[in-house]
Ligand binder design. Structure first.
Ligand SMILES: [Zn+2]
Length: 259
């Protein structure tokens, strides 16, 4: 997959190692000095993210479950047919992930993808839900990507691809620009906003593969379900074996109590 790079970000990654002695690494979330082996996050932020990662949640919609819930589905998802086989998350937008994702997207700190993607790999490992054959980042419309300079899902997918040693390809395209999902007032409006917007721009061979959509945030799941629908429209013989999603955070109103 060809991956556009920002020159400034490349230069930052290429910073000569001796300079680290004068500019010791700091935590991306708190600004505290950290050791290079901390991989960009201080011990406390790592603890908070790990606590979220280990908390039980519904694999149908990503919502937080009670501390003693059996792993699986919430009451809403237990009896409904889902467009996605499962959603795997690192955590929720209630904690430090919110700040980190906001910084990655809106302060153009795309290098944070390299800090956050290992957590997605850990979430997949923790869930232990079977094979990963192909990663598929959820695309932005070209104009929004051009304005932002990058697609955060693309960056996360690329980093995750390196960790898992699995291919990551931009198989999907947005037919037209949509309003920001955050501007939609209801789940119905969010579904309508993205219905039919994702297409496969070229012939793809995903028959029998376990596909994993990659995105930063899942709010109602409307975007992920719309992306999955593009693959569900393929003829039966060309259908993937499963379509799942891995995200950094689910926008969940249920607070995970601090340990
Ligand atoms: Zn659910």
């Amino acid at each position: 997959m060809n991956k556009p790079r920002l020159l400034s970000a490349n230069l930052r990654q290429l910073r000569p190692q001796p300079l680290a002695a004068f500019f010791p690494p700091t935590c991306w979330a708190t600004g505290e000095s950290i050791a290079p082996s901390d991989h960009g996050l201080c011990t406390e932020i790592q603890r908070q993210i790990r606590q979220q990662l280990l908390w039980p949640y519904c694999h149908g919609c990503g919502s937080t479950l009670g501390p003693f819930a059996a792993r699986g589905s919430c009451r809403n998802c237990a009896h409904r047919k889902l467009g996605l086989d499962r959603i795997i998350r690192v955590g929720t937008l209630n904690g430090p992930l919110s700040r980190l994702i906001h910084s990655m997207k809106f302060a153009r700190h795309w290098a944070l993808a390299g800090i956050l993607a290992p957590w997605m790999a850990e979430a997949l490992h923790h869930a232990a839900l079977g094979p990963v054959d192909q990663l598929v980042p959820v695309p932005l419309h070209w104009f929004r990507q051009w304005r932002r300079g990058f697609n955060q899902a693309f960056e996360l997918g690329w980093e995750l691809s390196g960790i898992l040693d699995k291919p990551c390809d931009d198989l999907l395209r947005r037919k037209h620009a949509t309003k920001a999902q955050t501007a939609m007032q209801s789940a119905t409006a969010r579904r309508d906003n993205v219905r039919g917007v994702f297409v496969l721009p070229r012939q793809v061979n995903v028959a029998g593969l376990h596909l994993w959509l990659v995105d930063d945030v899942c709010t109602t799941g409307a975007t992920l379900h719309a992306a999955a629908t593009a693959f569900r429209k393929l003829p039966t013989a060309l259908q993937p074996a499963s379509i799942s999603a891995v995200v950094l955070a689910v926008a969940d109103s249920t607070l995970i109590p601090d340990a």
